[in-house]
Design a protein around this ligand. Structure first.
Ligand code: FPP
Length: 241
């Protein structure tokens, strides 16, 4: 699907690179995982804010294909956090009418986590509110490579003719094939990089690079960035300052 801002000009799909958990924890003299746990609580707050600000799709970068290079203890701690988070939040997502999807290569993830991901997707498949997509073992280049492989298989099997391949073809093979392209990509913690996130899909997105570390990112700041999208200040019912 292509870029699809809302009729009122707001972003329909916001994607977030949640960065800065480690620094947030270190500044408090705590282990990095302490920051990741604080970050997980922010995810809940931002998901809950989406309906209030008209965001229909929220996609968050939870674990990249490069994150395996972190220490074994941090990787194990993150995997355990993801398992617990999905298990704990699943029922709440249903209650909040949130539809959960995952993007990324699941093959390298452990079976218990994969089962929980499948379960959360199935349990929320009927939900019609916010579309929450969690990128887990996701890399934009890896996604394009996996998509190209499947496209090539279809060509080899005679299901697709090379002369029919155009800009609309590849997105159908991407993990995000049911999602509109992001309108706004936010990265926290002061780094102005996109780090292999939604490379194809973000071709026309606006970017916001902000200094706030992810565990400090509030619903108010999210609301402000959504309101400022497209250079338009929308106040979501608030009294003008
Ligand atoms: C980047 O901060 C953050 C991550 C690699 C993990 C993101 C995970 C969470 C926010 C946890 C919760 C997510 C879900 C879906 C439950 P960093 O460690 O790179 O921070 P640093 O740049 O300060 O070191």
């Amino acid at each position: 699907m292509g870029k699809t801002s809302k009729p009122d000009g707001g972003p329909r799909h916001v994607a977030i690179i949640m960065d800065g958990n480690g620094r947030w924890a270190q500044a408090r003299g705590r282990p990095r995982l302490f920051g990741h746990h604080a970050g997980a609580r922010r995810v809940r707050e931002i998901v809950e804010t989406c309906p209030d600000v008209g965001v229909d799709y929220l996609t968050i970068f939870a674990f990249s294909t490069e994150n395996w290079k972190r220490t074994q203890a941090e990787v194990a701690g993150l995997m355990s956090l993801f398992r617990r988070y999905i298990f704990k939040e699943m029922q709440d997502f249903v209650r909040q009418n949130v539809r959960v999807r995952f993007i990324g290569d699941r093959v390298k993830l452990d079976a218990k986590l994969r089962n929980l991901m499948d379960e959360a997707e199935a349990l929320t498949a009927h939900c019609t509110g916010t579309n929450l997509t969690i990128a887990l073992n996701y890399g934009g280049r890896d996604e394009v490579a996996r998509a190209t492989k499947r496209l090539a298989e279809d060509v080899a099997a005679g299901r697709l003719k090379p002369e029919n391949v155009d800009e609309e073809t590849l997105p159908r093979y991407l993990d995000t094939y049911v999602l509109p392209d992001p309108d706004l990509v936010i990265r926290t913690s002061g780094e102005a990089r996109i780090s292999n996130f939604l490379l194809w899909q973000s071709a026309y997105a606006e970017y916001e690079f902000i200094d706030t570390l992810w565990p400090d990112f509030t619903s108010e700041e999210f609301t402000r960035l959504v309101g400022a999208y497209g250079g338009r200040e929308r106040r979501f019912g608030a009294v003008p300052a």
